[in-house]
Design a protein around this ligand. Structure first.
Ligand code: GLP
Length: 241
């Protein structure tokens, strides 16, 4: 695990964008593993800028998002599908049919998990996966648990995650309580991983992830076992290292 500290959020985002740009230059048909939340917004902004300047091309790339809330339609402004359209997809030349987000409205959610996992596998797995970090150390929506869930699955969100994510909703009651998420095994099968963390609220989980024991109580700690992970932090997120 390589840990890089950036001056601030913007520099963290630029460093991450360089890695994604290099990936697309080296392999134009890369499978990109994408994440939501506030943290990767700066990365997406940089990628849009590089695309507008003609430096990167998404026309052969495809993408798989980490997770989606159960019950939100793709056009719901709070859905992760909507977020991705707003933050990245509609501003670059990725083909809409090449962008995948789990379907949180599927009638049979277990079947949707199996379908999503096998679609990612058929695409050859993610070449590069971006991750944010929950304040409780979650990645995707893999909450602290007794064991590491392997494949894409349904989760009940922890109270702390519902609380943290309620800032995106009008009220806490509107935050979905369940989600579909790639499992830890799915995430670990990405060929390379870029984890971003910014701000004081991430300092504690960052310390656990980098220095602590590998435990499903802090899901991100499993990344210590991955052969190609870069963790890019701003100074606040790195403050307890
Ligand atoms: C959500 C997402 C995660 C994300 C985390 C942190 O729970 N499912 O993928 O990493 O929040 O979000 P933020 O970047 O807004 O701090």
């Amino acid at each position: 695990m390589r840990v890089v500290t950036a001056r601030d959020y913007d520099q963290m985002s630029r460093k991450a964008a360089f890695i994604f740009a290099a990936q697309l230059l080296r392999k134009p048909d890369s499978v990109l593993g994408l994440a939501t939340g506030d943290t990767p917004k700066g990365l997406y902004r940089e990628l849009i800028r590089m695309h507008r300047e003609g430096d990167i091309d998404f026309s052969s790339a495809s993408s798989f998002n980490l997770d989606e809330y159960v019950g939100l339609r793709p056009d719901d402004p709070q859905s992760y599908r909507h977020y991705m359209r707003e933050q990245l997809f509609s501003h670059v030349n990725i083909r809409p049919e090449s962008t995948r987000v789990p379907d949180g409205t599927a009638g049979d959610l277990d079947a949707e998990c199996v379908r999503y996992e096998s679609a990612l596998r058929s695409a050859g797995g993610a070449d590069i996966q971006v991750l944010g970090l929950g304040t409780d150390g979650h990645i995707g929506f893999n909450e602290p648990d007794q064991e590491f869930p392997a494949a894409t699955h349904i989760v009940r969100l922890d109270e702390s995650t519902i609380e943290a994510n309620s800032r995106f909703f009008r009220s806490r009651e509107e935050v979905p309580t369940m989600a579909i998420t790639m499992g830890i095994g799915t995430i670990m099968s990405a060929r390379s991983i870029v984890l971003l963390a910014s701000g004081r609220s991430k300092a504690e989980p960052v310390r656990g992830m980098v220095r602590g024991p590998i435990t499903p109580r802090l899901p991100a700690s499993v990344l210590q076992l991955h052969p190609d992970v870069i963790v890019i932090l701003d100074e606040e997120a790195a403050s307890l290292l």
